[in-house]
Design a binder for this molecule. Structure first.
Ligand code: 3PG
Length: 392
């Protein structure tokens, strides 16, 4: 794709599609602003180079045609202004243009998903938005899996279409990890359900040298390998799929290292008493809620010897201290590893924050769904739209 930093934007009108879809509390206060911070380099680059900058994003999943009180980007405009150290004006009803904007200025265009036709990638809307600018910049990696008018259609009609600095960094990091990885390539896929990660597991089984599974996903794999898992969360109907993934890995000389010991309890609660036992000793009423210390040590060794690590999902119920040991040890192994590591997804980011390893992970993706679809090996429509313009 063409990159923003390769362009001369002086005096140009630049339209940046960012992903400023940040969580807010009931009073509308922003509770976490990573995505706003991550969008700053592209905006600052354009301002420093004398462009007139308009930024837009979606927020939530509003009804098209109106801007409800929960839909407005007003709090985002305030935070963006604080971070850029300049006022950021919020522009409503912007699709037809007509708002003032000078070189060296930045405005925030109200929630783009409130415009009729945004979600359906309406061509007329995309053309109107494209007519607002000389350069279209897509910096919204978090929304790259959506083909909407601001992430997809506009890229066809804008005079120039390119990837922003964040988008470029995401594409480079994910490409480095999955398309040309330093081996051994180790993936950690945790979480509760095989069904929600089946495509990822299948796609990774074709690429990685070790596939570490965790949480409910590991339980289904344990079932597939003939182990008893008591009352643990699992999907018995997917045992065949799990078996097929293990067979596929084995045929390639690759491994799915399953837990040899586990932490069990009879309930998932803060008061639950945890027992560490070999996996063979799991009782009829036990629930597996974490990997045991032997397994954690083995997984840490695999991680220590990795060339590249891709991490999505915890290996235990890490929110509760008695079941956090496995995920903590893995997080620490990733932090100490020389390997290039990438991580993404809500639970994973929460674990990274909890164990204070953000500084030591090679790259933390801002994508939730987009990160998962990239791992699934899918073509992300927003990236495809930029690629299609590359030849220009
Ligand atoms: C996200 O939060 O994952 C992105 O901003 C995409 O949001 P969406 O799932 O509402 O399209």
């Amino acid at each position: 794709v063409k990159k923003l930093t390769e362009l001369d934007v002086r005096g140009k009108k630049v339209f940046i599609r960012a992903d400023l879809n940040v969580p807010q509390d009931d009073a509308g206060n922003i509770t976490e602003d990573t995505r706003i911070r991550a969008s700053l380099p592209s905006i600052q680059y354009c301002l420093d180079n004398g462009a007139a900058v308009m930024v837009t994003s979606h927020l939530g999943r509003p009804t098209e045609g109106t801007v409800g009180p929960d839909d407005t980007l007003a709090p985002v405009a305030v935070r963006l202004g604080q971070l850029l150290h300049r006022p950021v004006r919020l522009v409503a009803d912007w699709v037809e243009g007509g708002f003032a904007l000078k070189p060296g200025e930045v405005v925030l265009l109200e929630n783009c998903r409130c415009n009729k036709g945004e979600k359906k990638d309406n061509e007329e809307l995309a053309k109107k938005m494209a007519a607002l600018c000389d350069v279209y910049v897509n910096d919204a990696f978090g929304t790259a899996h959506r083909a909407e008018a601001t992430t997809h259609g506009i890229a066809r009609f804008a005079p120039v279409a390119c990837a922003g600095i964040l988008m470029g960094a995401e594409i480079d990091a994910l490409g480095k990890a999955l398309q040309s990885p330093q081996r051994p390539l180790v993936a950690i896929v945790g979480g509760s359900k095989v069904s929600s990660k089946l495509t990822i597991l299948k796609s990774l089984a074709d690429k990685v040298d070790q596939l570490i599974v965790g949480g409910g996903i590991a339980n289904t794999f344990l079932l597939a390998s003939g182990k008893r898992i008591g009352e643990s969360l699992a999907e018995p109907e997917l045992v065949k799929e799990a078996q097929a993934i293990m067979d596929m890995m084995k045929a390639r000389g690759a491994e799915v290292p399953l837990p040899v010991d586990v932490v069990v309890a009879d309930e998932v609660s803060a008061l639950a008493r945890a027992n560490r036992i070999p996996v063979e000793e799991v009782g009829a009423h036990d629930r597996i809620l974490d990997v045991g210390p032997k397994t954690a040590a083995k997984l840490s060794e695999i991680i220590a010897n990795a060339g590249t690590i891709v991490w999505n999902g915890p290996v235990g119920v890490f929110e509760l201290p008695q079941f956090a040991g496995g995920t903590k040890m893995m997080a620490s192994a990733i932090a100490h590893s020389e390997a290039f590591s990438i991580a993404g997804g809500g639970d994973t980011l929460a674990a990274i924050a909890k164990f204070h390893i953000a500084e030591d992970v090679g790259y933390i993706s801002t994508g939730g769904g987009a990160f998962l679809e990239f791992l699934e090996g899918k073509t992300l429509p927003a990236i495809a739209a930029l690629e299609a313009r590359f030849k220009d």
